[in-house]
Design a protein around this ligand. Structure first.
Ligand SMILES: [Zn+2]
Length: 344
């Protein structure tokens, strides 16, 4: 997904009003598959609340200064909410916090995941994740692609020393309106979305995206985790908690309406992917994670994509494992294989 070679250009300050007192900043990303991330400004009485930080680079910080000059009307950023720890959301967190003398608000699992990642641990523990992927059958050639192309958090994210915790159902008062926190799982540990019932607006982060499906990955630190179940449960909770007629503000691509229809599509996507994998097992009986990845994505060409593609393949396999349809066995050569459980 990420191409370190592509350049971030210094864009003109791009922002637009998407709802009363809610602005969108369209911020560039240096990734092959993902060209921009949306940052949000919400007008408050004495200043503005900002949501998410953009990719950590000199160019993005210059764009933010220009956008603030044009958009804030001379008032300060008084609160920073970070939806989750991924680098396009946390990159400039330390810089924004220092620039406006504030402490970011995040859920505790996201704060801690980010702290580990910037220390080359958790998602960025390349030695452990490579060993994990080898056990799941990834070739030496693909391991090289992974290690050479993976962009580390330590290269593009800086977090401040302290934060303020956010949790499910916390209510933030911004501009006289209530914004309620809705925590989602599966894409990241505890992603914070914000729903304002009065405005009919839901800031979704990466939990719900239009056109592309949020990555749902097994992490080597929790090898038998079932993030797909967490993601599906989050979708069900969001459908029950947030009305269909909100304007959804996703982290990538344009705001859209039709939340419940999009949730239906995301659920259907994973159901059809599970059925595709079930059919593969009907034919072959057993597969490694890497063989499943190849069936789903082909040969993966860049380091970040190896991580996402292996993680996503394993997420579906582990879900079938949790459903009791597969078992995990070890080969004579110490590779792990998922095997279909044949019922009498
Ligand atoms: Zn994300």
């Amino acid at each position: 997904m990420i191409d370190p070679v592509a350049r971030v250009s210094v864009a003109a300050p791009v922002f637009e009003t998407v709802a009363p007192g809610v602005l969108r900043i369209d911020s560039p990303l240096p990734f092959r598959g993902l060209k921009q991330v949306n940052l949000w400004l919400i007008e408050d009485h004495d200043g503005w609340t900002m949501v998410d930080c953009g990719y950590g680079s000199v160019e993005v910080r210059a764009q933010l200064e220009a956008a603030w000059d044009a958009a804030l009307g001379g008032r300060p950023i008084t609160r920073l909410v970070v939806t989750h720890f991924h680098p396009d959301h946390t990159g400039n967190c330390a810089w924004i916090s220092q620039r406006w003398n504030l402490r970011p608000r995040m859920t505790s699992p996201e704060w801690m995941a980010g702290q580990l990642a910037v220390r080359d641990l958790f998602t960025d523990d390349l030695a452990s994740s490579s060993a994990f992927f080898v056990r799941h059958g990834l070739s030496a050639e693909q391991i090289d692609v992974y290690n050479e192309g993976f962009i580390l958090y330590s290269d593009c994210v800086a977090l401040p020393e302290s934060y303020g915790a956010l949790a499910q159902d916390d209510a933030l008062r911004i501009g006289g309106r209530e914004w309620r926190v809705h925590v989602g799982g599966g894409h990241s540990p505890a992603l914070a979305g914000l729903h304002c019932a009065e405005l009919g607006v839901y800031i979704a982060g990466d939990q719900i995206l239009p056109k592309i499906t949020p990555n749902v990955s097994v992490v080597h630190w929790e090898p038998q985790g079932d993030p797909l179940a967490l993601y599906q449960q989050s979708l069900q909770r969001l459908r029950a908690a947030i009305p269909d007629d909100v304007l959804v503000l996703p982290s990538h691509r344009a705001p859209f309406r039709g939340l419940h229809g999009r949730i239906d599509e995301l659920e259907a996507h994973h159901v059809s992917r599970l059925d595709f994998i079930r059919a593969l097992f009907d034919d072959c009986g057993s597969m490694t994670g890497a063989e499943c990845m190849k069936q789903l994505f082909g040969f993966v060409l860049d380091g970040q994509q190896v991580y996402f593609a292996m993680g996503e393949a394993l997420a579906h396999l582990n879900h079938l494992l949790a459903l009791g349809e597969l078992e995990l066995v070890e080969d004579a050569d110490a590779k792990l294989r998922y095997r279909k459980i044949r019922r009498a």
